[in-house]
Design a protein around this ligand. Structure first.
Ligand code: PLP
Length: 432
């Protein structure tokens, strides 16, 4: 089995570019050449040598309607013909104004005020600034720490790293340069709940907000917890008057079976962040949305209480047009039914991994299927074998997972689960 998945007929830009590109999460020495992709349609990625792969992970969970959807493409083309971009400082435009109106109408409760940015990490940074300044504006000093959770993931910038899982978030490597936060266990058990309540009470004067990914923790280990636990977290925050931030960047827009994961717990966060599937995986856009109570803490006769943040490309009209088109598709097409059908098929398809030697757990939620192995560092063994099965699946740590586009046909979904079952079974046998 070759280590590299490089095609026999590599295009001329590939090697030349690889001498200069610095890739994400990648040791650049002796790097197997990444797969060149020339086009993508629906759930398929096309390579220059004529091969195509079924995408099992939706380009970091963004491409919910499949690649190159004609409705989104048309909306972006129309937008680029009259207003590709204009700054949002002192100016405003229709796509961004309508998107704020549309998003807040979809969101539960009084999540009514939208601050746009261009990446998930920035939207989380903005949420953190909002929470800290909320207390400052209210005349309360010293509340600048965050309670976040083991296995959480909130982005790669400095403040985001500080609230990630300590191992996955590289807290060791960056020790001394990251703000120190309070990392808790997700309060599933009675004991953990008592400890969580205690923590919120004891350290109340330091805490700006609690931040968590609702129902499914993503890149920190794809751990899941139930709606009742999320409702408990809301109640525990309310009891001590703490702000609760939900990071819906991965879960938002249908991935867990409802439009937003918080709806399953019938609760409303004080601040929520969105990005990944917001534009259906076409253009970068993120949103930090605050409730009226949070927003109103920034209103005064003084400029000093204003939120001092403003990404250059915030509210980019092309990205907003793509987001509108993506939301049209959620309205017109049965996306949530598709997610429910995917959940059943993932559960059935992946169940063959259960009980295999070395498999710790198999779990599903919405259009997310996870096989957890008993040791990390197996990705390099697994990846080329998955590609050889004709699928694009990118294991990380000890996790092999599927998060396909919602439009995937049952036959393609079965190919994805069959590929995972085959490769994990081979792995399980080989390690014995
Ligand atoms: C991906 C992700 C982020 C970071 O978003 P970027 O756009 O990569 O900066 C933050 N939080 C969660 C839950 C994510 O899944």
């Amino acid at each position: 089995m070759p280590d590299s998945a490089a095609p026999p007929t590599a295009p001329d830009w590939l090697q030349a570019g690889m001498d200069h590109l610095w890739l994400p999460y990648t040791q650049m020495r002796n790097l197997p050449t990444p797969l060149p992709i020339v086009s993508a349609e629906g759930v398929r990625l096309h390579l220059p040598d004529g091969r195509s792969l079924i995408d099992g992970i939706s380009s970091w969970w963004t491409v919910c309607h499949g690649y190159n959807h004609p409705h989104i493409r048309k909306a972006v083309v129309e937008q680029i013909q009259h207003l590709p971009h204009v700054m949002l400082g002192g100016l405003v435009h229709e796509p961004v104004a309508r998107l704020a109106t549309r998003l807040t109408a979809m969101l539960p409760g009084d999540l009514d005020h939208v601050f746009f940015s261009e990446s998930g990490s920035v939207s989380v940074e903005v949420a953190m600034k909002m929470a800290i300044q909320y207390w400052i504006n209210r005349g309360v000093a010293g509340r600048h720490r965050f309670v976040s959770f083991r296995f959480g993931y909130h982005g790669d910038t400095m403040a985001c790293m500080s609230i990630c899982d300590p191992d996955e978030g590289m807290h060791g490597l960056f020790a001394g340069c990251l703000p120190e936060q309070i990392i808790a266990d997700v309060p599933r058990s009675t004991e953990q709940r008592a400890a969580f309540r205690q923590l919120l009470k004891q350290r109340r004067g330091e805490i700006a907000a609690v931040i968590i990914e609702p129902l499914v923790q993503g890149a920190g280990g794809l751990k899941m917890y139930d709606a009742e636990t999320l409702a408990f977290i809301r109640q525990a925050c309310d009891a001590q008057d703490h702000l609760l931030i939900l990071d819906e960047i991965m879960t938002g827009f249908g991935r867990t079976g409802t439009m937003f994961a918080c709806q399953q717990a019938d609760m409303v966060p004080d601040i929520a962040t969105f990005s990944k599937a917001l534009t259906g995986g076409t253009l970068p856009l993120a949103a930090t949305v605050a409730t009226r109570r949070v927003f109103e803490a920034f209103l005064s006769d003084s400029p000093s209480t204003a939120l001092m943040h403003g990404p250059t490309y915030m509210g980019n009209p092309l990205a907003c047009a793509a987001a509108h088109a993506s939301l049209d598709l959620f309205e017109r097409e049965p996306r949530l039914q598709q997610v429910a059908a995917i959940e059943t098929r993932l559960r059935d398809g992946l169940s063959a991994c259960r009980g295999l030697n070395g498999v710790l757990d198999v779990r599903t939620k919405g259009a997310i299927g996870v096989v957890e192995l008993d040791r990390a560092g197996e990705a390099n063994w697994l990846k080329p074998r998955l590609i050889a099965e004709g699928v694009w699946v990118r294991p990380f740590g000890n996790i092999v997972y599927l998060m396909p586009p919602f439009v995937i046909e049952p036959v393609d979904l079965d190919r994805l689960t069959a590929a995972v079952v085959k490769v994990v079974s081979d792995w399980s046998r080989e390690r014995a």
